[in-house]
Design a protein around this ligand. Structure first.
Ligand code: GUN
Ligand code: FE
Length: 433
């Protein structure tokens, strides 16, 4: 077996600050040691107490002016939209028609999909994200290309083919039957292979017929551990459109509920305009919501009410939603999340931020047995953050006296430059140049 140890300051979440209080929500080792064996975490603790127990041959990698944290988890992102990030001027529905659909058309070509998947994964790892829940396009080739690239790096990734059989250009639609059959083929090929998982992925209620949603709900129940991934209550016009298309349902979430597209491992992106009944239903079914601050601000969708969802006990993860989101960096997501809270007269504690980007995401995805923090036995997915990444960060951190202050500055000023190195299953998969 292969053992390596990493000596650095180490910080991870161990519980939700909303449930146990901030002080009980994390563990911090000023001079810590993380021991990794065969891709898993073998030990974590104070360096001085753990070092004597290490076999003499074990290599100890030391980092100074650095902080090891768990790898970041992105609970909502579109890999085919990498090249259309920062597209000007539109809100959701016009943005989809103007930019998104023409961009996604190109993914009928598997070679193009493979090129973009490689760029996308490289960008995730540059930003310290080791697990993501990922939209493909309607083309099954897009998902083959994505999973091939993710499998080669032994990453824990979740993805699925978009289901979309109406209200989109002909070149980008499937049918209820072909969508079901293509998804099933992908599930058989990829779900459970290495660290990969499949997500049944209806784009959103407006682009699927009731027949397609019915078959999607059936498929979601057919294999253990499958995910369901879609959009919900992002934009006011979108919500009105759903009400017009499904007048017999009581609301947007009720459309998904009716077709059995709700429950554990279902993840709804956005949820910006949910009512109390919808929050209650999400909580009681064990469903999760992806909070996507950079996207919600960029598309002018609205301000996510984290405290309301939390009060109902809904599982919440953090998402970038690239290409509507404006950064692959979850540190930048947290920067914008803080401001979304400020605009509502609320706060976002830095340890809550850490939780959202790591263990909270893992809980939203029902993967907290495997990832989300650095507990012994979990996958060795972690990042090394550089306190001296930029002159300004370095100078600001020198003025900080507490860990909370340092962590807060990292979440406001941090980005890809802050990520010195990224590890997945114990292997170094990115080193900053
Ligand atoms: N709703 C339906 N499709 C999309 C998409 O691609 N991005 C976002 N942000 N919302 C959507
Ligand atoms: Fe999205």
């Amino acid at each position: 077996s292969h053992v390596t140890a990493y000596r650095s300051a180490i910080l991870h979440s161990i519980a939700d600050p909303a449930l146990v209080g901030v002080e009980q929500s994390y563990q911090y080792f000023e001079d810590g040691l993380l021991v990794v064996e065969d891709g898993r975490i073998k030990a974590l603790g104070d360096a001085k107490s753990l070092l004597p127990s290490l076999d003499s041959g074990v290599r100890v990698q030391e980092y100074r002016d650095a902080l090891i944290t768990p790898g970041f988890i992105d609970t909502h992102i579109h890999f085919p939209q990498t090249g259309m990030i920062a597209s000007y001027g539109e809100q959701l529905l016009d943005w989809l028609n103007t930019y998104t659909f023409p961009t996604e058309r190109q993914f009928a070509d598997k070679a193009h999909a493979a090129d973009v998947a490689a760029i996308f994964l490289k960008e995730l790892l540059r930003n310290g994200t080791t697990t993501a829940l990922v939209f493909g396009t309607v083309h099954k080739e897009s998902v083959d290309a994505f999973f091939e690239a993710a499998h080669a790096l032994d990453l824990r990734m979740i993805a699925g083919k978009v289901l979309m059989d109406r209200n989109a250009p002909d070149y980008l639609t499937d049918t209820a039957e072909s969508g079901y059959a293509d998804s099933k083929e992908l599930i058989e090929r990829w779900h459970g292979k290495g660290r990969l998982h499949y997500a049944v992925t209806p784009r959103f209620a407006p682009t699927s017929t009731p027949e397609q949603l019915e078959l999607a709900g059936k498929l979601y129940g057919e294999y253990p551990g499958l995910y369901m991934h879609t959009h919900l209550s992002e934009n006011r016009k979108e919500i009105e459109w759903v009400k017009a298309l499904f007048p017999e349902r009581t609301g947007y979430l009720d459309v998904y509920d009716h077709f059995k597209l709700i429950g554990q491992r279902s993840v709804f992106a956005h949820g910006v305009h949910l009512c109390d009944e919808e929050c209650k239903r999400l909580a009681e079914t064990g469903s999760a919501v992806a909070f996507c601050p950079t996207s919600n601000l960029f598309l002018g969708s609205g301000l996510f009410d984290l405290e309301k969802l939390e009060a109902h006990g809904v599982r919440v993860g953090l998402g970038t939603d690239v290409g509507a989101g404006t950064s692959f960096s979850q540190l930048q997501s947290l920067n914008e999340a803080y401001k979304v809270m400020q605009l509502q007269g609320k706060k976002l504690d830095p340890f809550k931020s850490l939780y959202l980007a790591t263990l909270g995401g893992a809980r939203a995805l029902y993967l907290d047995e495997r990832i989300g923090n650095l507990q012994v036995g979990k996958d060795a997915d972690f990042v090394v953050l550089d306190y001296k990444a930029t002159p300004l960060l370095d100078y600001r951190l020198q003025q900080a006296s507490t860990l909370a202050e340092k962590l807060f500055a990292l979440t406001i000023l941090g980005d890809d430059r802050t990520v010195k190195e990224t590890f997945a299953a114990g292997r170094s998969v990115h080193q900053r140049g």
